[in-house]
Design a protein around this ligand. Structure first.
Ligand code: NAI
Length: 233
C-alpha cells in the first residue's frame, strides 16, 4: 500500500509495539502514544512519539494538537488494561478503571481523529477488543464488559461512517504472549486451544496490516477473532 499516516495508542510494548514496527517496516509514518516517553523502545525518522493517558480527558485534550498536526488516516485503538477480580470481590475502582481506560479511552481517541478522517474522505479505525468480550471469562467482568462494549461501538460507528469511506473494525485476540498474559500461561490453557499454542504478537499484527490495506476495502463493522480456535461460535 502507499505510505499512510497511522496513530497507534499504547505503542511502547506488547501488541502495540508490534503494530508500530509492522507499519514502520512497510514504509509508513507512525504517531505512537505512550505514557512515559523516556521508555519508548523504537526509533525511526518516520516515527513520532507523544505522551497520552487515554483514561484522562485532560491528557487527551493536550494530545489533540498533535493529532490535528499529524492528520492520521488510520487509527489503531490498542491501549488497554486488566484489573482482574472475581465479581463478588470486585471494587468500584477496579470496575471504573477498566471501563474508563478500555472503553471510554477508545471513545476519546476515536473522537479526536474522526473529524480529520471525514475531511480526508478516507479512514480506517481498528479497535483491539478481546475474545473475553465474546465468550466471557471468570474474574474479568469489568474487562469483558469493556471489550464487548468496544465491539458494539465498532458496529455503530461503522454504520455512521461507512458512507464517508471510513471503515471501522475490531480485532478480538485470544491469548497472546505479552506482559499482560505472562501470569496466565499454563498447560491447561494450552490444551483448550485447538492450535495448541499461545498466540504471538505477529499473529495480531498481520491482521491489523491486512485490515489497513486496500485488500480490506469492503470489510466494515466486523469483529475478527485471532485466537487459535479457542472461541468458536
Ligand atoms: P500490554 O499490557 O503489554 O500493553 C498495553 C499497552 O496499553 C501499554 O503500552 C500501556 O502503556 C498502554 N496503556 C495502558 N493504559 C493506558 C492508558 N491509560 N493510557 C494510554 N496507554 C495505556 O498489553 P498487550 O497484551 O500488548 O495488549 C494490547 C491490547 O490488546 C489491549 O487492549 C489488550 O486488552 C488487548 N488484548 C490482549 C490480549 C493478550 O492476550 N495479550 C488478548 C486480548 C486482547
Amino acid at each position: 500500500m502507499e505510505s499512510k499516516k497511522i496513530l497507534v495508542t499504547g505503542g511502547n510494548r506488547g501488541i502495540g509495539k508490534g503494530i508500530v514496527e509492522g507499519f514502520l517496516n512497510d514504509g509508513n509514518e507512525v504517531l505512537a502514544s505512550c505514557r512515559d516517553l523516556s521508555k519508548f523502545p523504537i526509533k525511526s525518522d518516520r516515527l513520532t512519539v507523544a505522551e497520552l493517558d487515554i483514561s484522562d480527558s485532560k491528557s487527551v485534550d493536550k494530545f489533540k494538537k498533535i493529532v490535528d498536526d499529524f492528520r492520521p488516516e488510520i487509527l489503531i485503538n490498542n491501549a488497554g488494561i486488566t484489573r482482574d477480580n472475581l465479581f463478588l470481590r470486585m471494587s468500584d475502582d477496579e470496575w471504573l478503571d477498566v471501563i474508563n481506560t478500555n472503553l471510554t479511552g477508545t471513545y476519546r481517541v476515536t473522537k479526536l481523529v474522526t473529524k480529520c478522517m471525514l475531511k480526508q474522505k478516507w479512514g480506517r479505525i481498528i479497535n483491539i477488543s478481546s475474545i473475553s468480550g465474546m465468550m466471557g471469562n471468570s474474574g474479568q467482568a469489568n474487562y469483558s464488559a469493556s471489550k464487548s462494549g468496544i465491539d458494539g461501538f465498532t458496529r455503530s460507528l461503522a454504520k455512521e461512517l461507512g458512507s464517508r469511506n471510513i471503515t471501522v473494525n475490531s480485532i478480538a485476540p485470544g491469548f497472546i504472549s505479552t506482559d499482560m498474559t505472562e501470569d496466565l500461561i499454563n498447560e491447561d490453557l494450552i490444551k483448550k486451544i485447538p492450535l495448541k499454542r499461545m498466540g504471538v504478537v505477529e499473529d495480531v499484527v498481520s491482521l491489523v496490516l491486512f485490515l489497513s490495506s486496500d485488500d480490506a476495502n469492503y470489510i466494515t463493522g466486523q469483529t475478527l477473532v485471532v485466537d487459535g480456535g479457542l472461541f468458536m461460535k
